[in-house]
Design a protein around this ligand. Structure first.
Ligand code: SAM
Ligand code: TMP
Ligand code: ZN
Length: 406
């Protein structure tokens, strides 16, 4: 089924259907099972502007509310990364009079707390009240609202123009993206920058990381689609830097057209994406074939291990685990529980597949024979922490880019 592009109004052609799925971070309590919001998780590419996006969407108020479970501070790697981001802004952009930064989707304040500690004017715009409160407890100023054109105008009227508007793992979540760009246009000071860090379509396709596809990720950006989108709203993409978060992302720096020189990184990426036919129909069809192969291989492995009487436990309950468990039909018969370090997820169930989420201590009590690494993008940090598992004879199962046991 095709749809209408949220950026340019062109026709979005479907290339993958991951079936009926719940909202990826809506971890229900055991007694809430049965009332979950379900939708058809399918993605397509716009034939006109190339933007990859979901065909159907979950209303934003169902996704973001006072019970939002994701915590940006959930790993050492993320804490370090966002502190470095803040230090860079403080050094390069937030100097002199009028220094003011707005973060769209500041979550628990992982980035802005460093700006607040430096005493620099800032505002987080964050609709999920629980994480907004956690940010406030770190000394961060937060407006509890969804960012759009109207919110941007209100922020500008009250605080003045911003030298930096920042968003990480948030801009690709916002279906009303035209309103976001118009809002940034109204809010940004002359010479200011709009910087956002989001999962990269190239990585998703190349690694077959289909578990990045879930309700919160409405868009899957490429340098080509972001450059075209920026232009449509009077901006220009001036920098595109790869960063390692969530398996592979890009930090996009956008300025008003003509205000900053366009860096070589943008030209290089555009040429590379064109050469490899990044979102060509063949590439998207290949991706779909890979996804189905991974599903079949993983299910075959888990069934074989069950038949051999082996215990398999899931490690990490990121939103990605919702996609893969529901798409593959992995239930408690194959994976009796997952452990996750986020207190807010523990005692709850992975949406849809209903695998119970337990604290990390449950992992070694006793160690299972195999661990299915749902939080694969944190592999290094997790392996370093869980050396006892391997010493006990345990083995890790991964499924990105292919199913492996080691
Ligand atoms: N920036 C953090 C990071 O990179 O880890 C948090 C990312 S989290 C996946 C997405 C955040 O965006 C959530 O805290 C959510 O409440 C917020 N959000 C969603 N829609 C938004 C909107 N329209 N305006 C501002 N924030 C939004
Ligand atoms: P993310 O990939 O979206 O950041 O989510 C990673 C999930 O994995 C998050 O729920 C926290 C969890 N996690 C652990 O349980 N243990 C760990 O050591 C790390 C790094 C993450
Ligand atoms: Zn389009």
């Amino acid at each position: 089924m095709n749809g209408e592009c949220r950026v340019c109004g062109g026709v979005v052609e479907e290339f993958i259907d991951l079936g009926r799925q719940p909202s990826a971070n809506a971890f229900p309590l055991p007694e809430q099972v049965g009332g979950e919001f379900l939708f058809r998780l399918a993605a397509g590419a716009c034939g006109r502007c190339s933007m990859v996006q979901l065909l159907e969407e979950v209303p934003q108020t169902v996704r973001y509310h006072e019970g939002y479970r994701y915590r940006a501070s959930g790993s050492k790697g993320h804490r370090r990364h966002f502190e470095e981001d803040a230090r860079r802004f403080l050094r390069d952009e937030l100097t002199g009079p009028g220094a003011f930064i707005v973060e769209i989707g500041c979550n628990d304040g992982v980035m802005l707390s460093t700006v607040a500690d430096a005493g620099v004017a800032h505002l987080g715009v964050e609709p999920s009240a629980n994480v907004a409160d956690e940010a406030r407890a770190k000394g961060v100023s937060v407006l509890n609202a969804f960012f759009d054109e109207e919110t941007a105008a209100a922020v500008r009227a009250e605080h003045g123009p911003a030298k930096v508007v920042f968003g990480a793992n948030t801009i690709c979540h916002i279906a009303h993206i035209r309103s976001v760009f118009r809002g940034v246009g109204a809010l940004l000071a002359p010479g200011g920058v709009f910087v956002f860090e989001e999962p990269y379509l190239g990585t998703v396709l190349e690694q077959g990381a289909f578990d990045q596809i879930y309700d919160e990720h409405v868009f899957y950006f490429s340098v080509t689609s972001v450059a075209a989108m920026a232009e449509r709203f009077g901006f220009e993409l001036v920098e595109a830097e790869p960063i390692p978060l969530h398996g592979g992302e890009i930090r996009y720096t956008v300025a008003r057209a003509g205000e900053r020189p366009v860096g070589g990184s943008v030209r290089r990426f555009l040429a590379e994406e064109r050469e490899r036919g990044l979102s060509s129909p063949e590439a998207l069809r290949r991706f779909g074939d890979n996804v189905r192969q991974v599903r079949d291989d993983l299910l075959a492995l888990l069934r074989e291990l069950r038949a051999d009487g082996k215990r398999v436990v899931g490690y990490g309950a990121p939103g990605k685990a919702t996609t893969i468990t529901n798409f593959c039909g992995i239930g408690t018969d194959l994976v009796p529980f997952v452990c996750d370090s986020t207190p807010d997820k523990q005692g709850r169930l992975v949406p849809g597949s209903h695998l119970p989420v337990r604290p990390p201590e449950a992992f070694s009590d006793p160690y299972p024979d195999y661990a299915l690494l749902f939080a694969w993008n944190h592999a290094e940090e997790i392996m370093a922490k869980e050396q006892g598992f391997r010493h006990s004879g345990g083995r890790w199962i991964r499924y990105v880019p292919t199913v492996t046991v080691d």
